[in-house]
Design a protein around this ligand. Sequence first.
Ligand code: 9D3
Length: 235
Amino acid sequence: MKVDVLTIFPEFFREVFDFGIIRRAKLAEIVEINIFDIREFTTDKHRMTDDRPFGGGDGMVFKAEPIFNAVEHLLGTCERENYPPKTKVVLLTPQGRVFKQEVAKEFADEIENLILICGRYEGVDERVNEALVTDEISIGDYVLSGGEPAAIVVVDAIVRLLPNALGSETSAVNDSFSSGLLDYPHYTRPAEFRGMKVPEVLLNGNHAEIEKWRQQKALEKTLKFRKDLLNIGES
Ligand code: 9D3
C-alpha cells in the first residue's frame, strides 16, 4: 500500500512512522508513506492555504485550490470518477464517519493508494468533498486541533493489518475488538511485585481454568468500561 499524507504541518510527521510495526512494514516494502506540504501547491504570492468564510462567521476555511492541485499532482486527475482503481482520497474531519476496526480492515483489504487530507482551520471548502474526497473520516467524539493526529491513528491501525506487517509474536486475530470484547488482564514475572500477587490460576498450568478465567475477566472489563460493545442495550 502507498499512503500519501497531505498536511500544512509536514514536520508533525517527521518521526512518528519510524518506530515499531510501521517502521518494519516500511523496511519490508509492505507500505510506502509519503508526506506532502499542501503549501507547496499554492500558486499565490503569499502561499495562502486559508481564507475567510463566505457568509461570514468565525474562523478561517481551508482553500480548495491547493488541495485540488495536490491531488491532481498525485493522481493525474482531481475528478473522483477518474481515479485509478483501489484509490481512496480520505478527508480527516470531525464531520466524518467514525473510524472503527472494521473500517481499518476494509481499507487494509481494499486500498492500494490511500491519500489522507488533514483538515485544519474551522473546516475545508466543501468543493473538496464534492469533487475530490471518497471518504470523510473522524476518529471519535472529541475535538482535535486538526486532522494530523487522526491521520497518524488511521495509518497505524491500517498498516498493522496489511499482510505480513505483524511479526510472528503478535496476531491481529487475538486483538481486542476482533473478539468483540476488551482484552483480559496480563501479568509477567515476578509472581509477587511490591506485595501484589499474580492471580493463582495463572501459575498452576491448568489451561482450561486459565482460559475460563480470561474469558470471565474480559467480560467483566467490557461490562465495566464498554457496555456498548455487548449487544445488550444500554441498561
Ligand atoms: C465548532 C465546530 N467544530 C467542529 C466540530 C470546529 C472544529 C473543531 C475541530 C473544526 C475543526 C477541528 C479540527 N479537527 C479535525 O480536523 C479532525 C478531528 C477531530 O477534531 N476529532 C476527531 N476526529 C477528527 S479527524 C479531523
